[in-house]
Design a protein around this ligand. Sequence first.
Ligand code: ZN
Length: 379
Amino acid sequence: MKGDKQLMDWAFTLGTVRGIKIKIHLTFLLVILWAAYNWGVTLRRGSSGALFGIALIAVLFLCVVLHELAHSFVAMFYGVQVREIELSPIGGMAKMDALPARPYQEFVMALAGPLVNLVIAVPLGWVVLLMVKGGFIKSMGHLVYLMSKPSWQGFILNLFASNILLALFNLIPAFPMDGGRMLRSTLAWAIGQRQATRWAVRVGQGLSSLMAVAGLLSGNLMLVLIGILVSVGAHQEGRFTDLQAVLGEMQVGQALITPCPILSSDDTLQVVMERALHGHAAPFAVGEEDRLVGWLTQVDIRSALATYGPDARVGDIMQKDFLSLPPTDTLVHARQVMATSGLRALPVTAEGQLIGIVTAQHIQEIYTLLAAQEQRQQN
Ligand SMILES: [Zn+2]
């Protein structure tokens, strides 16, 4: 079952650094193909050009991992758990369960990433400077030619330019870029977290609209795509901060859904189907003598039915390694964990015993009610 789930994630794990999984999204292969095609065919450098492109992307990929690890290590230093780093064609993302508690901590965390790219760029820039001084680079046109040529000089020039671009691009003051976080944490110091986020979201959406329009006018589809992604990121960040402001320190234990339908490991999928027909919605908890031993989601049930049929045992298809939360966790943290893990519901346990479940839908309902109440108080 685990294999099925990972296949659906479209990402595979390359390794683990200090407990953080480094995952790479399958679409990243497109970037490698693009690099091989660009240097091999478009720039007419043949197979050595293709290899050059692949090597360059591999090293750049490493630079992005180091950038994300820098964010992650600072976050961990401030007590935030980092689950994984995922790399996709549009860059890397460190998935965290929460934000550092204080604005300056968020600022340091955000700055650490671009700083890594600048640090990498310094020795490379020094070599580039030597090339200019030594007369190796004669003009701007010659520079462009050198960058297209599979050679160690071309490699250094490309790597230098990419790291500078990575740093500058991430410093754009728009969510979800690092610059957006730096802007928010700086504003938060003066006007508080919630207002600061509102302003940072506005700036982010303004900038992303400009990017998209500039992209449309110049026919640069990549810029349009980035504009849309930045806009979505800004919107999500705004929503999450609202959630945090309205729900405050409310705990998971105050929003438990009970009783949770419990299955036994020996039940068959036929039993699960009958329960579902009688109105019990997935997910199901699987218990053995008062202890929670497994978790069965809608997706698990669907794929097991398709693969093994109704006679499959629950114990064979359930997730044995699943996330669970203590009742003392905050609802905001629960929602964040669901967002980063892609799950809609989580079991809540105390000393290994299931005491209920918490769902994204229920948290949303609580938020809507409290927000309405808050609005009335403000009017
Ligand atoms: Zn970053």
